[in-house]
Write a protein that binds this ligand. Structure first.
Ligand SMILES: [Zn+2]
Length: 155
């Protein structure tokens, strides 16, 4: 498989949200990172994209998500750091277990709860079986709220 064919496959496997994250919509491993099989080899999606678009990841280094969204594969949100630096970043993470801002897992039902905070008000968006549906719903609700508040200001 050529580099461009792999990139083409990758491009069809994420959606861009309003914060610029490229959210992986395909298979996700238990830790919440996107994964993809290329010629029989299992890759973490963000590491593969980083390797193809930015360059080799030096031995002993890990790719860290600056945006704290594990499903994100945008190389501009990725940073190669030492394992120690990565753990320090993680201590401040607030993603609620989904890796997607505004989406948390309902421990009781195992479904994904989507909500959006806007002007300090929490808007309930819905419950979803699939994380990507919850992520899409959150992104579209944010756009809607944002558009409405722009309209209020213009009125
Ligand atoms: Zn991101």
């Amino acid at each position: 498989m050529t580099r461009s064919a792999v990139l083409e496959r990758l491009r069809r496997a994420y959606i861009v949200d309003e914060s610029g994250c490229w959210l992986w919509t395909r298979s996700v491993q238990t830790a919440g990172y996107g994964q993809i099989l290329v010629e029989g080899r299992r890759w973490l999606a963000h590491r593969l994209i980083y390797t193809l678009l930015v360059g080799e990841i030096p031995e002993g280094m890990v790719v860290d998500h600056v945006c704290r969204t594990r499903r994100c594969v945008n190389p501009a949100h990725l940073q190669v750091v030492t394992v120690k630096q990565n753990c320090e970043h993680r201590a401040g993470s607030t993603s609620g277990g989904s890796g997607v801002r505004g989406v948390t897992r309902d421990r009781r039902t195992g479904r994904w709860l989507a909500q959006v905070k806007h002007n300090r008000v929490s808007h309930f968006v819905g419950r979803f079986d699939r994380l990507e549906d919850a992520a899409l719903a959150v992104a579209s609700k944010r756009r809607e709220l944002f558009t409405n508040s722009l309209a209020d200001k213009a009125a």
